[in-house]
Design a protein around this ligand. Structure first.
Ligand SMILES: [Zn+2]
Length: 364
């Protein structure tokens, strides 16, 4: 659309590297003197000692809250109260998606600075300007869009290297979607995820994200399995966390993420977000009529790094489930409609069936 304003959004500061957290205060100290750390249990263990060391002898106020479970309305209220009672300047998230989403929402409602310290690289959520909010009973409440992206994101790659490799692989699945979903959105001149025109900068980051996955994915998986930090691991962490997050925010999602939303409609426990997005990317390629060479090329990449190529690998086993996924992935407002031609559930169903069959054929 001609009249849409192009816009570009990203975190104001992004810092990544081996033992980065030892420089936490040096990099973030300008934001204030009273800190609330919203941590998952494992996030707390991964970051606490290094962050404390970074403060040296400073008497800044630091409060660590171990966070229970999901980014729910109730948890956010609890954190808002702490921010007010303790006169907090900066809210810091330390953990996976739930801690990140809770901290982002808290900082937004209280008008405070927000720093995100992801302790796994399983999704591209840290750099984005939105959160997924749940009700206290665990059901979906809303996507909360913020007027800006986080003040800062800091990734300690030693922490990522010491987390289970399945998280890094899932993050690569989420990142794989970014380029293909972005391309689909650009083709149809859709708005960005944030509702603005798509910039050339956003497109370039989405493309670089994909190229980085292809060039360094296999090596990074091996490094992470051995719990060592190498240039390949650094490159993939940057792709999963920064390039994919800023890329997706500034282009848009499409069928791969709608496929994931369809999977969540099945209820209960489901495979990791990134694993569903990876298979959803293969489904999208089928839906778009990608030539065989291209489909096989992406499928091979998934096989090489350990991403799923069949439904069984993401826990989908019945035809009924596939129909439910296809229905829910095509409801109005889903990003699948960034594809050309008003995709119908029967078309998506057919694409899922073909993608799965082609996966089963190579898995044997
Ligand atoms: Zn995603």
């Amino acid at each position: 659309m001609m009249g849409r304003l192009r816009a570009m959004r990203e975190p104001l500061k992004y810092v990544q590297g081996r033992d980065a957290l030892l420089k936490f205060h040096e990099e973030m100290g300008y934001m204030g003197h009273r800190w609330l750390f919203v941590c998952s249990g494992s996030g707390y263990r991964a970051v606490h000692d290094k962050i404390e060391q970074s403060f040296g002898g400073l008497d800044d106020y630091r409060r660590y809250e171990i966070f229970g479970g999901i980014s729910s309305v109730g948890e956010i209220e609890k954190m808002k109260k702490i921010v007010a009672d303790d006169n907090i300047d900066v809210v810091v998230a330390a953990g996976g998606g739930s801690a990140v989403d809770t901290a982002k929402a808290t900082a937004h409602y209280c008008g405070k600075h927000i720093v995100v310290v992801p302790t796994v690289a399983a999704t591209d959520a840290p750099c984005t300007g939105l959160s997924v909010i749940y009700n206290d009973d665990g059901t979906f409440n809303q996507y909360l869009f913020y007027p800006k992206n986080p003040d800062a994101v800091m990734v300690d790659t030693c922490v990522i290297a010491n987390a289970p490799v399945k998280f890094l692989i899932a993050g690569m699945g989420d990142a794989l979607g970014t380029y293909f979903e972005g391309l689909a959105s650009i083709r149809t001149e859709s708005a960005s995820l944030e509702g603005t025109g798509i910039t050339r900068a956003g497109m370039a980051l989405a493309k670089l994200c994909y190229e980085t996955l292809r060039e360094y994915g296999v090596q990074a998986v091996e490094a992470c399995k051995q719990h060592v930090v190498t240039p390949a691991l650094e490159n993939i962490v940057e792709a999963n966390v920064y390039l994919s997050g800023v890329g997706a925010d500034n282009v848009n999602c499409a069928a791969a993420h709608s496929f994931y939303d369809g999977v969540t409609a099945l209820g209960g426990k489901h495979a990791q977000h990134g694993n569903c997005v990876a298979f959803g990317t293969l489904v999208q390629l089928v839906l778009e009529g990608a030539p065989n060479d291209q489909f096989k090329d992406i499928q091979n990449f998934c096989l090489e790094v350990g991403l799923p190529v069949t439904l069984e690998e993401i826990g989908i086993t019945t035809d009924e489930q596939i129909k439910t996924i296809a229905e829910h992935a095509c409801v109005p407002g889903e990003t699948i409609h960034n594809l050309a031609g008003d995709v119908q559930p029967i078309e998506l169903y057919s694409a899922i069936i073909q993608a799965d069959a082609m996966g089963r054929a190579v898995k044997g």
